[in-house]
Structure formats: C-alpha cells, structure tokens
Design a protein around this ligand. Structure first.
Ligand SMILES: Cc1cc2nc3c(=O)[nH]c(=O)nc-3n(C[C@H](O)[C@H](O)[C@H](O)COP(=O)(O)OP(=O)(O)OC[C@H]3O[C@@H](n4cnc5c(N)ncnc54)[C@H](O)[C@@H]3O)c2cc1C
Length: 511
C-alpha cells in the first residue's frame, strides 16, 4: 500500500506547476524541497505566451499580469551617451486566438511564490522545505523513497515519483539516465539581483564592448520590485568574487562612469552555460521533468517555460492513471515531451552560439518557436485526426482561444470553457448537439461538451472560433480538447464510434 500517490522532488517552477495541477484534481501528493526556504533570484524571468496560457488555465494569470511587466526597450550606452535603442522582440497586439502574444517579465522567485499560493488555494499539501530526497527504489507497484529532514530519515512509499529536482538532479543520476550535451566552461556570466542608484527604470540598460556586438554589463529593471537583474559575461579562467563590491567594480569598468551605484544585492550567482538533455523521461514509475530533463542556455528564455510545459503534460496523465485509466497513457509523456525538449534545446543553442559568435542579430528573439505556441504533438500517440478534409489546425495542435458569446449573449472565450482539469468536447454545428450531450453524460467526471452554433450554448457571432479552428461557415467538425489544451481527437461526427473508441482507449474506466 502506498502512503501517497505522487512524490514531487523539487519545488521550482516545474514541481510547483505539477503540484498545482495534481492538487486541483484531488490527487494526494507530497512536494519536498531540499532548500530550507524559497529560492531567491530572478533567474527565469521571461514567461513565454504558452506558459501564460497554462497560468491562465491554473487561474493565476491575473496575478501574473499584476505582478510582472512587459519587456522594456533596450538602451545601449557608451559612457554617458546613448548609442542605440531597440527591442529584442517587436510588441504584438493580442489577437482573438492568442490573448497573450508577448513574453511577460516576472522574476522567478515571484512566479514560484504565486504557484505556492495557488497550491495552498487548491488545498494541496504545502512545500516541505528542508527535506531532501536521498535515494529510492522502485518495484512494480510503487517507489520506496528516503527523505531526510533535519538529519532524520523517513521512508515513504509512493505510487509515482517525479524528479523536478533541477539540472543536478539526484533522481536522474539514481536512475542512471544519460544527460548528453555540452558544458561551456568558458561561457560564464555573473548574474545578480541588485538595487541601483543613478539609473532610470524605463529601459534595459546595456554597455556594449567598444568594438564588438556583445555587451559588458546589462541592468534590466525587474517589474514589481525595486531591483535590476545585473548580467556580465566573465572572461578568462579566474573565478570572480560574488560580492556587491566586485559587481560595482565590473560595472564601473564597463561604463566608465562613477554615478551609478549598486546599493544592495539579494542574489549573486556565476552562471555557466550548459546545454544538455536526457535520453529518457521515464523509468518505470519515476519521471523526470524540467531542468532535471533538459538544461538550456538562458538565451531565448526557454528553460523555465519548457519545465512548466513538461509538468502540464504529465499532470493530467498521472491523475487519469491513478483514477483507473490504462497505465500506457503515461508512455505518451516521454513520446510527446522528449522531441519537444530536443527542438527547444536546438533553438536555445542556436541563440547561444549567435551571442558567443557576436552575430548582429544575436539580441533578437523573433523566432515564433520561442513563444511555444506552435508546439504540436501531431503524429504522437494521442493525436487522432479522423476528418476527411481537415484544415490546417490538426489533432495534436494547441487548441486556440476565440472570443464568442454564451447563449444569453454574454461574452465567453473558448479558454473559459477549457479552464480546469476536464476534457472539452467542442462541436461546430447544431447537428452534433445530441451526440455531444451523450458523450458528456457517459463521462461526467471527464468531459464537458459544448456546441458552437447559433442555437448552441456557444455562439460564434464574429466567426473567430471557426477561423481559429479552420472550420468554414456551414461546415461541421467535432474536436476533443485535452486537459492540457491540445486537440486530442478531431472528427466529422461524434456518432460513428471513433470518438468513443479514442476516449475508451485513453481514459476508459475514469468515468
Ligand atoms: C541566470 C539564469 C537565467 C535564466 N533565465 C531564464 C529565462 O529567461 N527564461 C527561462 O525560461 N529560464 C531561464 N533560466 C532557467 C530557469 O531558471 C530554469 O529552467 C528553471 O528554474 C527550471 O525549473 P525547475 O523547477 O525544473 O528546476 P529548479 O528551479 O532548479 O528547481 C529544482 C529544485 O529542486 C531542489 N532539489 C534538488 N535536489 C533535491 C533533492 N534531492 N531533494 C529535494 N529537493 C531537491 C532544488 O533545491 C531546487 O529548488 C535561467 C536560469 C538562470 C540560472
């Protein structure tokens, strides 16, 4: 008999996202964190559009928006002169299908704080700080884990263990899973959170090298705080001092000015670029997620974001299997996430090398892949496209948003319908109304059905939903949206047994 269903090791953004997702599904889990207190440090401060959609689904997007801010323009200085101003990425206006089109800046310590608060609201168990996983063994029915708190060991038996324990993952090492890639000992960076006197908070200030396209020091204001993130590449082999005085010296040398004073620092670290990933995401009942499975160059801001997506992919599957769905559902975690991690790693490596090689566009972040909105599980084990003539949005793709109306004429977004732990059955066309109601009634805990039609419960008054899903006016389609916001199944009808077969295979006995 297992004591708890899931043990999450590590309370960074990945572990906390998973803990929230499991808690709102009523799954009993524990989340342990080796550090004695929450991590400080702005670290992953860029929330990509897809991550914002996940946070919308978890019900914290308003808080994320209130606590964070847009990326400021970059202002390059030479001494006291401003020599260039520009952006990493052009600002985009929201569109009906993409409500959060721009990266949003929020220091990582704040993101994790918001996730811990949400975990408490979901009634999940609190983070057990100062508790380290020191070992585990697994058998066919569970995992026996050793936790140490205040020097006192505890044996706990769990159904599944998730290693969200960061780049140096003990879980990964205990599993013996490979972590192939590169470590760039010579590409090091000083990163710190500092308060500054003598510098406006309107811009992300950089002091470029005189003759090259790289920078010597950057100071980026962190929204919702009075701090800046300080960054400075470290040249040579010597280990720099991690003190405020040493940062000040670096700043003075880079700027040639004496009017900018670093007042205080809450976090200073020496970052070394690592680009590595696992060859397996799962061994038996133990899973790897986030930095434990892939580490990135900070260029492109993908690390935290990819970890959040891992957690979001795994959460509903673990909950479904614990509720009785076939255990094979868990195989799809590695099948879906490993190729994504490999692709993301490729993009951040390209950006890293551009920066190192001082290419002219090294600061640009326009590649749409960085937003993680185009990420697709097409062709994967859970994507079933059954339509005779589908448009360009297919099973496996992200389910887009669209502003519509409820039957009473009040505004309603498709994301409002998706929000929560359920599958959403969306039928375009009133002829599917009875079938949709029957499927939803057969799976009351799992599926919520909606009919998009003038007489349906969702009215596509301006055609945004039809356009977003490539369903032409007057034609029909039935789409099953997974709990993590991807189209799982798409067909021309819900009555020929194929949707039932898909749902039965996926989650049969969950109800
Ligand atoms: C300077 C810097 C800048 C970055 N910039 C960006 C960015 O702009 N965008 C972006 O997306 N990402 C960025 N990242 C990366 C981002 O910070 C990481 O990808 C993210 O923290 C990964 O989250 P995680 O939860 O997977 O792992 P972590 O945040 O590393 O959390 C793992 C946790 O597990 C705990 N732990 C470890 N071992 C054990 C154990 N045995 N028992 C219990 N607990 C354990 C650790 O204490 C830690 O708290 C940056 C990172 C750095 C350092």
């Amino acid at each position: 008999m297992n004591d708890v269903a899931v043990l999450i090791v590590g309370a960074g953004p990945t572990g906390l996202t998973l803990a929230c997702d499991l808690a709102r599904r009523g799954v009993a889990c524990r989340i342990v964190e080796r550090s004695g207190s929450p991590a400080v440090g702005s670290r992953g401060r860029g929330l990509q559009p897809r991550t914002q959609e996940v946070f919308d689904d978890l019900g914290i997007i308003e808080r994320v928006r209130a606590a964070g801010g847009d990326y400021p323009d970059i202002r390059a200085h030479r001494g006291e002169d401003v020599v260039w101003e520009g952006r990493m990425i052009e600002h985009r206006e929201p569109t009906p299908d993409v409500p959060h089109p721009n990266p949003w800046m929020l220091p990582q310590w704040r993101t994790t704080q918001l996730l811990r608060d949400r975990l408490a609201e979901f009634g999940g168990s609190h983070v057990e700080f100062g508790t380290e996983l020191t070992g585990f063994e697994q058998d066919a029915d569970g995992v026996l884990a050793t936790l140490v708190h205040d020097g006192v060991p505890e044996l706990v038996r769990v159904g599944y263990l998730v290693g969200a324990d960061g780049g140096h993952s003990a879980v990964r090492r205990t599993l013996g899973v490979g972590f192939e890639g590169e470590t760039f000992d010579t590409h090091r960076m000083l990163v710190a959170d500092v308060t500054v006197d003598g510098l406006s908070r309107s811009h992300w200030h950089v002091w470029p090298e005189t003759e090259s396209r790289t920078f010597r020091v950057g100071l980026c204001p962190l929204p919702g705080t009075d701090s800046f993130q300080f960054t400075a590449p470290v040249h040579g082999e010597a280990t720099p001092e991690l003190t405020l005085a040493a940062l000040q010296k670096t700043l003075d040398a880079a700027t040639g000015r004496t009017d900018i004073t670093l007042l205080d620092s809450s976090w200073i670290t020496l970052f070394r670029a690592n680009i590595r990933m696992v060859d397996r995401y799962r061994v038996g009942r133990v899973f790897l997620a986030g930095d434990a499975a892939h580490v990135h160059s900070p260029a492109g801001g993908q690390g935290l974001n990819t970890g959040v997506q891992d957690a979001y992919n795994l959460g509903w599957k673990l909950a479904a299997v614990l509720a009785g769905a076939p255990a094979e559902l868990l195989d799809s975690y590695e099948a879906e996430r490993l190729p994504v991690a490999a692709a993301v790693l490729g993009i951040s490596s390209t950006l890293h090398h551009k920066a190192v090689n001082r290419e002219p566009d090294a600061h640009r972040r326009d590649d749409p892949a960085l937003q993680q909105l185009g990420l697709t599980y097409r062709g994967g084990p859970l994507a079933r496209e059954e339509r005779a003539e589908p448009g360009s949005v297919l099973a496996g793709d992200r389910a887009p948003d669209a502003p519509c109306l409820a039957a009473d004429g009040s505004p309603l977004r498709l994301f409002d319908l998706f929000r929560g732990p359920h599958f959403t059955l969306l039928a375009f066309g009133s002829r599917h109304a009875d079938a949709v109601a029957e499927v939803a009634a057969r799976h009351p805990k799992l599926v919520r059905g909606h009919v998009i039609a003038p007489s349906g419960d969702v009215v596509d008054a301006e055609g945004h939903a039809g356009r977003a899903y490539c369903v032409a006016p007057g034609t029909s389609a039935v789409l099953l949206i997974r709990p993590d916001g991807y189209i799982g199944w798409a067909g021309d009808t819900a009555t020929d047994g194929r949707l039932d077969a898909y749902l039965d295979g996926l989650v049969s006995s969950v109800g």
